[in-house]
Design a protein around this ligand. Structure first.
Ligand code: F6R
Length: 242
């Protein structure tokens, strides 16, 4: 079941999404988190709530969706660093409660398997997702089999191109692979909260909500989940017909 909320702009998307997150910000809960621009407004509200209301993350676990292959956690563009710069450094979560897949190691497949095992041991209560303009969730690009768990995936040309701006000015090559929770890992979460704003997401939003359930549009798998909330701004919702 997908509950769709359409609001005016990205600020309201964050406010509505925070309202959905808030009941999960309590001891014992497991949060699935995302990087990228979509969740930033929500993270700001989580930080504000922590500061103003004393909401504590001491007994909350977090699992992030993905990480680039080849980037150490100290790299400016690593998702580990992103999460610390935009959320973890400003709340009271202990470092050992934080889980981000590692893109560095001898045997990435074994590391992905271990990550999936941790997800099974600590089922995610709410998974926050953004949406790629090609319909990807996590780094599950079109064509990723729905039954895949955490795995190493290739990024598409368009995703690599989108990311180039972040790496070019460092004089580095853009990563071409990522460790990511798979569609099957994401579907294990008890609740899913997806946020999207902006006209460049409209096509993917339509595919996700009104298209057939197909591996060509990874986000369409959410139609099979029992408890999904999708929060969109008017632009992202502009191609919906229903
Ligand atoms: C990030 C992730 C990606 C993004 C998606 C949208 O952890 O898994 O699927 O959610 O690429 O990115 P933004 O929010 O930057 O438009």
């Amino acid at each position: 079941m997908i509950d769709i909320k359409i609001v005016k702009d990205k600020k309201e998307v964050a406010e509505e999404a925070f309202k959905v997150m808030k009941p999960y910000l309590q001891p014992g809960k497991v949060l699935g988190l995302a990087t990228g621009s979509s969740p930033l407004g929500i993270y700001e509200l989580m930080i504000k709530d922590h500061k103003e209301n004393g909401t504590s993350y001491k007994d909350i676990l977090t699992f992030n969706l993905d990480e680039y292959v080849g980037l150490p956690i100290t790299h400016r563009e690593s998702y580990y660093r992103f999460m610390h710069d935009n959320l973890f450094n400003y709340i009271d979560i202990p470092e050992e409660n934080i889980h981000v897949p590692s893109g560095i190691g001898e045997d990435l497949d074994a590391q992905c398997e271990a990550y999936e095992k941790m997800l099974d041991e600590h089922p995610v209560d709410i998974q926050l997702l953004g949406l790629g303009s090609d319909g990807h969730i996590g780094f599950n690009e079109p064509g990723t089999p729905f039954d895949q768990g955490t795995h190493v995936g290739d990024l598409t040309e368009s995703t690599i191109r989108d990311n180039q701006r972040f790496f070019n000015d460092l004089g580095e090559t853009t990563p071409t692979r990522a460790c990511t929770m798979g569609p099957a890992s994401i579907m294990k979460s008890k609740k899913i909260l997806l946020v999207a704003y902006g006209a460049n997401k409209a096509e993917a939003v339509k595919g996700m909500l009104e298209g057939p359930v197909t591996e060509d549009c990874p986000a369409s798998i959410l139609q099979r989940h029992a408890d999904v909330t999708v929060i969109l701004d008017e632009e992202a919702a502009s191609l919906l017909t229903k």
